[in-house]
Design a binder for this molecule. Structure first.
Ligand code: MSK
Length: 652
């Protein structure tokens, strides 16, 4: 007898993506019996016990599953309550995410130190002005000193922030508004060292240590802040110093950026160090000539995930897609080499690449994949390593078989660093956030929302992101984006000035005056730290309260899948933002934890971390939050427009 649930599922298959390029390749994969993340997600049901924080696997007395009637009252064998178990799970997830971002930041700091000491081939300091600004923030003297001396001291101070020897507080805590710093100090949330907070989180969540859910979650906030105002913020700033601070540039996104007659190389993962060199190698005339000698028309570089964002923001290299596109790119048959470093790289890429001619090349000493070709990145011979990799991909061109590249691309403008937004709004001589604050105060812009994070095959790819971007800009809300969510908007053409046409009248007026799109691409997932910097500068500019929690802003992560996203969401909430995640709550069965992260954190730090899978409800929740904040600031009523005559202007 057939299962009615199964029959229903077959009759109405869940939509896998709203991206026509993705749908085209998924159909090809299905027709050819090729397994992808989209098919495996249907075969593997999520465990309902683990999915909502009811399974504790922290010791060999268990695993303990708190399910069934009266589950909220049950405890594990050690006596741990549902609240304690949920809090431990959440804090461990945050620590995992912080470790990932921060290790990335540490490696950038190590590269800067190697550059300053003359040990890193081919790298240099592309933005000395930013180096001086960072030095100033770190209280490092610059007057009359050699650039490399300053760079070495900045790099060392950054490394001291990781190992906890920079002082009692992370250096960048001072970048936050004064009121925010007071709140953090009042509740003991100021991070002392990135590594220290991650280690302490792992210690306190070990069985038999911290057993108070609120106390555990405070440590979760402190650890996340070590990311947002530490590891990730250093990663962003020092990447700008080394590789240049982004400025707007045009590009395209989606699988259609792959070339039918050139050697296609995809950089995938997160770190910009090797990918910067791959960009240089792919433009090397000798290697282009070598590609031609092998019958290709040239070399075409594209990106996936956040490495894509790094090379997009600084060089305009087009992204071939977001997280869920990594397998689809290989299935086009047109990718000679996929060069990966760390994070968000599916192990399924290797068996998939064997079905095609794609060479999967791992490069990080931290990440190997069985069966892949490993070419270890070494910063002392970075360009040589990159050239070896590009040559390997060129040699693979002759193995190409049939190709099927979906002909879809979206135009986009990327490259909005916080420095550029400041300049764009105020101009060269008066760079400032004043025009943004004024337009929020006068109501042309109702508020700002960050739509960030990943894709997750458990929900329709790009659907939540694209829907929320549309609906928010229609309601005069400025949208900023990072990570794979930014790729989604790029693919769907939402990151061009023309998007003004669908924005509300007020937002459109401001965008037209300033010449910016209503949806701004701020970079990779570590670049969420740029959003923290912008919010601090908006507070400092004045007129919108004295803390981030006073601002009419929010953050949404509609399609998250990983621990890094949870770390980012937590530091945004701990910084005073209202943060809504889609998909599911990883500790949704733990009422105490759900309450602490919403009501408890609202009372303590003025921010919240909540989960809601319904996009319409997310929209309503976020708009309500914006209106509540506008009301609290006394800027909720539309002001009558005053037309100035010449006398009034002179007076002004
Ligand atoms: S890559 S962490 S899927 S944004 Fe940063 Fe995309 Fe999320 Fe990975």
């Amino acid at each position: 007898m057939s299962n009615p649930e199964e029959t229903k599922k077959k009759a109405e298959p869940r939509k896998k993506s709203i991206d026509p390029a993705a749908l085209e390749v998924i159909a090809k994969a299905e027709a050819e019996g090729i397994s992808t993340v989209f098919s495996r997600v249907d075969e593997m049901k999520a465990c309902p016990i683990g999915a909502a924080g009811s399974c504790c696997q922290l010791c060999a007395m268990g695993p303990c599953r708190l399910v069934g009637k009266g589950a909220e009252e049950k405890t594990g064998i050690c006596g741990a309550t549902h609240g304690t178990i949920g809090a431990r799970l959440m804090v461990r997830a945050i620590a995992g995410g912080v470790a990932a971002h921060s290790d990335h930041g540490r490696d950038i700091a190590r590269t800067l130190l190697a550059v300053a000491k003359g040990h890193a081939q081919s790298y240099g300091i592309k933005d000395p002005d930013k180096l001086y600004r960072v030095a100033e923030m770190m209280d490092i003297a610059t007057e009359g000193r050699e650039l490399n001396d300053v760079a070495a001291e900045v790099a060392q101070k950054a490394l001291d922030n990781f190992n906890g020897t920079a002082g009692d507080e992370l250096t960048y805590v001072s970048r936050a508004p004064a009121r925010r710093q007071e709140i953090w100090r009042k509740y003991g949330l100021v991070p002392r060292g990135v590594d220290r907070e991650v280690v302490e989180s792992m210690h306190r969540t070990h069985v038999g240590v911290d057993q108070d859910a609120e106390h555990l979650l405070d440590q979760g906030m402190r650890t996340s802040l070590a990311d947002g105002w530490g590891g990730a913020m250093l990663a962003t700033d020092l990447s700008d110093v080394l590789f240049g601070t982004p400025k707007p540039l045009v590009s395209q996104a989606n699988l259609g950026v792959l070339s039918k007659d050139e050697v296609n190389i995809i950089v995938h993962g997160h770190e910009p160090t090797l990918s910067e060199m791959i960009v240089a190698a792919s433009q090397d005339p000798e290697l282009i000539e070598y590609a031609r000698s092998k019958g290709a028309a040239g070399i075409n570089l594209a990106g996936i995930c956040c490495t894509a964002n790094e090379v997009l923001m600084r060089h305009g290299i087009p992204p071939a897609g977001n997280f869920l596109h990594q397998e689809l790119a290989i299935i086009t048959g047109a990718v000679e080499g996929m060069v990966v470093d760390v994070q968000c790289v599916l192990q399924a890429l290797q068996p998939l690449s064997e079905k095609f001619h794609t060479k999967l090349i791992t490069t990080s000493p931290k990440a190997k994949i069985p069966g892949a070709t490993h070419v270890e990145f070494d910063e002392t011979r970075a360009l040589d390593t990159a050239k070896d990799i590009v040559r390997m991909c060129i040699d693979n061109f002759e193995n190409r078989g049939d190709i099927a590249i979906p002909q879809y691309t979206g135009d986009l403008v990327a490259g909005f660093s916080h420095e550029y937004i400041n300049y764009m709004l105020g101009g060269r001589y008066r760079a400032s956030f004043r025009p943004l604050n004024d337009n929020i105060i006068n109501g042309k812009i109702q508020g700002a929302v960050a739509i960030v994070g990943c894709n997750n095959p458990r929900v329709t790819q790009d659907e939540g992101i694209v829907y929320l971007v549309h609906e928010l800009i229609k309601r005069d809300v400025l949208v900023v984006q990072t990570g794979c969510a930014a790729h989604a908007s790029g693919k769907h053409g939402l990151m061009t000035p023309e998007t003004m046409q669908i924005a509300g009248d007020g937002l459109r007026e401001v965008c037209e005056a300033v010449g910016m799109p209503p949806v701004l691409h701020l970079g990779s997932c570590v670049d969420n730290s740029r959003i923290m910097t912008i919010l601090s500068q908006v507070v400092e500019e004045g007129g919108l309260g004295d803390d981030i929690s006073d601002l009419p802003v929010a953050a949404i992560c509609p399609e998250y899948y990983c621990e890094k996203a949870l770390a980012i969401g937590t530091y945004a909430a701990a910084s005073g933002a209202y943060v809504v995640f889609g998909v599911r709550n990883p500790v949704g069965d733990c009422d105490e934890v759900v309450d602490i992260m919403s009501n408890g954190w609202e009372a303590k730090v003025g921010g919240q971390l909540v989960f809601e899978p319904d996009y319409d409800k997310i929209l309503e929740m976020v708009m309500n939050r914006i209106q509540e904040k506008r009301q609290a600031l006394g800027i909720h009523e539309e002001k009558e427009r005053v037309l100035f005559d010449m006398a009034a202007r002179r007076e002004l």
